[in-house]
Design a protein around this ligand. Sequence first.
Ligand code: PGA
Length: 268
Amino acid sequence: MKKISSQFYKKRTPIVAMSYKNYLNKPEEVGLLVEEIILGLKESKTEFMECFLFPSMGTIETVARFCKGSNLGFGAQNIAPQKNGAYTGEFSIESLIALGGRYVELGHFERKTLFFETNQQIKEKIHLTLSESMIPVLCIGETIKCEGQMLEEILMEQLKELLSEINEEKVVNVILAYEPGWAIGQAKPASIAHIHRSHTCIRRCCERLFTKEIAEHIRIIYGGSVSLTEVSEIVDHQEVDGVFVGRFGHEVNQFLEIIQRVSQMKEE
Ligand code: PGA
C-alpha cells in the first residue's frame, strides 16, 4: 500500500492507543502483557510514534511501574471532575499524575450510555485535564449511523459544546477519537470510506470552530472494532492520525502488529 504524503502530516505524531476497558483486571496478568508490549516496542522502529494504553483502573499502578522509562505511555479511562473532594468511587487526576500517566480518556460511548455521563461533566473533565497539563483523549461520534449533512451537524454540535470554551493554545493538545457508537463492539469497524469522510468532516468542523492552523495540529484517531485486517487502510488517509484499539488488540502480538502496520503507513 502506498505511503501518505501530506504537507501537514509531518507535524502530527501518529498514535496507536489501546483500552483494556474492564476486560483484563488482574494486575499480575496485565503486568506481564505490558512487559511484552514494551519489549516488542523496543525491537520495532516506531520511536516516531506515540503509543499508549488505558488499563483497567485496578491495574493502573502495575502498568505505571512497567511503563516507567519506556516508550509506552498510559492513562486513565475516566477521572473525577475535580482534583479532589467528595467524589466517592471516582479516580482522581492527582493519582494519575503521581503515577506518571499522561492521558485521560473522556466521553467514551460506554461512559455516556452505561453511566449516563453528560456533556457538562465531560467538559469539566476536559478543563481539569488541560489545566493539569495532561492530554485528553476525547471521544466523539454519532450513535446511529448517518452520513453527509446530518453527520456533519452532529459532529459540529458535539465539538462546539465540548471544545468551544477552550483557548486555542490548549485545544491543540486534545486528541480527538472518532468513535461512532454503532461501530464499537462489532465484528468489523465502520467502512473505510465512512471513516475517511468523517475524519475530513471533523477537521473541517475544527477549522470552523478555531482556525485552519489550529485544526491542522489536532490529532484525530479512529476507534471502533479496529483490527489488524483493516488497520492499514484505516490510517491510509491524511486526516487519520492513528487508531484507538479495543478487543482486537488485547492479544499482545496483534497489538504489536497493529503498531507496526500504522508505522509502515505513517513512516516519516
Ligand atoms: P472495540 O472498542 O474495538 O472493542 O470495539 C473500541 C473502543 O470502544 O474504543
